[in-house]
Ligand binder design. Structure first.
Ligand SMILES: [Zn+2]
Length: 278
């Protein structure tokens, strides 16, 4: 697939493993009679979703946003989530890149579907960092909640996904906004989780913004359409109103991690989709 070009940067989507989640949970209070037109559910009420990291190639850095499901899921977890294979490394190879070539791994937050590929099982069945040369960036609030989760966080923050990270020396815990290179910056949003962050790519007047799980699929383009998985739904609504208005003004692309239909879209003032990238 050809990349989305933002000025001097290329954005490639990589297959991080598909899964199926309950459609009702994905669309919160939205009635099934509405969401089923976007994502027709199977008989078990699940809908197909992807977990596809973005590779951003800037003139100086290879940057990955999140890491997909990884290859450590148990047989039971694979069956429960109806997963497809994690193909990050083979897809990087197609682009001429190896695990060592990733300079930065930006983690929007610590849920298993976003950090599952941080630590992988190697050919000997041993756990190791998937991207050993990468600096792994995460917000401080998020890291605190990952290592000391509350009852709800325990369901989605899985220690095997990040227990090797701290002692690897490859973890960088940040607070708030952080410019990583001339084209890419991250910003703390909260909402989905306390320490959730967005990624902005901006170059030569073009902009793309990755809102992570604040805007998981194009069918979540109305600010009130939030997921049952959101920890702070009112914050998610406020974030969407703010960022949609802010980035619409810049004619930005909104990029997706979970959407099997669209990779990115642009939005009009009423939340309608005015441009599609698939
Ligand atoms: Zn997610």
């Amino acid at each position: 697939m050809k990349p989305l070009v933002i000025g001097t940067c290329e954005c490639h989507w990589l297959n991080g493993g598909s899964f199926r989640l309950d459609g009702g949970a994905m669309f919160g209070q939205v009635p099934k009679m509405i969401w089923q037109h976007y994502y027709p559910p199977a008989s078990d009420n699940t809908i197909a979703l992807c977990n596809d990291p973005l590779l951003i190639r800037t003139p100086s850095l290879n940057i990955l946003i999140d890491s997909g499901l990884g290859n450590k899921l148990t047989v039971q977890e694979q069956a429960l989530l109806q997963t497809g294979p994690w193909q990050l490394l083979s897809q990087l190879a197609v682009l001429g890149l190896s695990r060592q070539d990733i300079d930065l791994l930006l983690l929007t937050h610590g849920d298993f579907d976003h950090v599952g590929g941080v630590v992988m099982l190697n050919e000997h069945g041993q756990e190791e960092l998937t991207f050993p040369a990468a600096t792994h960036l995460i917000q401080q609030n998020e890291w605190q909640d990952m290592i000391l989760p509350g009852p709800r966080g325990q369901e989605s923050y899985w220690p095997l996904n990040f227990k090797h990270l701290e002692k690897s020396g490859r973890l960088q815990v940040i607070q708030g906004d952080h410019q990583l290179c001339p084209e890419v910056r991250v910003s703390l949003t909260g909402g989905h989780t306390r320490g959730h962050q967005l990624v902005e790519i901006s170059s030569q007047g073009d902009t793309a913004v990755h809102l992570g799980d604040l805007f998981p699929t194009h069918a979540h383009s109305q600010p009130l359409t939030v997921m049952a998985y959101d920890n702070f739904p009112l914050e998610v609504i406020a974030c969407k109103e703010l960022y949609f208005a802010q980035y619409r003004q810049r004619d930005a692309w909104f990029t997706f991690y979970h959407d099997p239909v669209l990779r990115a879209c642009k939005l009009g003032a009423e939340g309608q989709i005015t441009a599609r990238w698939s």
